[in-house]
Design a protein around this ligand. Sequence first.
Ligand code: 5GP
Ligand code: ZN
Length: 115
Amino acid sequence: MSDCIFCRIAKGEIPAKKLYEDDDVLAFHDIHPVAPVHILVIPKLHIPSMAELQPEHAPVMGKVMTVAAKLAREQGCTDGFRSIINTGRVGRQEVYHLHVHILGGPDVLPAMLKR
Ligand code: 5GP
Ligand code: ZN
């Protein structure tokens, strides 16, 4: 996907502050962090959103989640963190390349949704 910003980051065409990379998974700092720790973890494969996940994606998504947990530990999120996957219009997804947000830091995060 030549016009996908996260594919371009994965190919090294656009710079990013990378935290982890292997053949299947890439993690980098969000360009507009909303918490002291704000990491994005992506499969290098272009999957537009969580809604498009298929059974054959299970191994790479397992790697994505495992890398996310490892990086959360390494970034000091020992008291917990929040992982978010925004999906589609209703989920207010902005970048249509599946990604997991990891949010954390020393303080307790605000409630996920207001009642
Ligand atoms: P979404 O709303 O799709 O779940 O989140 C997309 C995220 O990607 C946003 O938090 C946004 O700040 C981040 N983002 C968008 N473009 C770039 C970019 O070029 N580089 C990085 N590092 N993050 C980006
Ligand atoms: Zn992509």
